[in-house]
Design a protein around this ligand. Sequence first.
Ligand code: ATP
Length: 226
Amino acid sequence: MSETVIELRDATIMQEQQAVLQGVSFSLEKSAFVYLVGRTGSGKSSLLKTLYADLPLLVGSGTVAGFSLSKLPTSKVPYLRRRLGIVFQDFQLLSDRTVAENLMFVLNATGWNNKARKQQRISDVLSQVGLSGAANRMPHRLSGGEQQRVVIARAMLNEPALLLADEPTGNLDPDVSDSIMQLFAEINNAGTAILMATHNFQLLEKYPHRVLTCKDGALLDSARYQ
Ligand SMILES: Nc1ncnc2c1ncn2[C@@H]1O[C@H](COP(=O)(O)OP(=O)(O)OP(=O)(O)O)[C@@H](O)[C@H]1O
């Protein structure tokens, strides 16, 4: 039996009492790599926000990483987020701390308390993203691509079942975008499902995967038409 990391059934994605997407039904399995595309304002970010419980799911039903999204109590949201890795376009690293301190901040906030294990985990994720030497660097001393790798390392700290990425290559040049895609492929091959919103159709052609498209208030799924 394949494990499902996202399951939405007849969901309405809302912003400020307005339906952005309606009748959204899809599921993602543990090994999935799926793109999320659509014009500006079509609902990609709103869908991702619903999946990490930044927007409530009021109509329809859904589970993400084993958590039911309808009626999810605020107190449970941090536990859901611990099962997710979230990567945005703008890097959002704390600028007054080193790379290792940025990662330590997240470990401390998510219940890790063994100092040796924390240091080992930081070293492991930095090595996973190819930045073993960067632990003591300040974020602004790193290139955009390196900063994005640190963000991905941060997202991987708690070994998430699912990585949600919103325009992760949006600010990066094509070579660097390629290297981020290769890193995502490695993460995906190691068992983390990936849902990635993007406007970059060159990436879709170069690294083909299933595509979810936000269009005219609905979500189309390339898997249904193959
Ligand atoms: N915080 C908000 N409050 C109210 N409406 C919002 C908010 N954020 C987005 N919207 C509206 O929801 C709709 C979907 O926006 P969303 O950001 O999900 O689109 P998107 O596909 O991610 O766009 P982009 O590609 O530009 O990031 C748009 O009509 C937008 O104006």
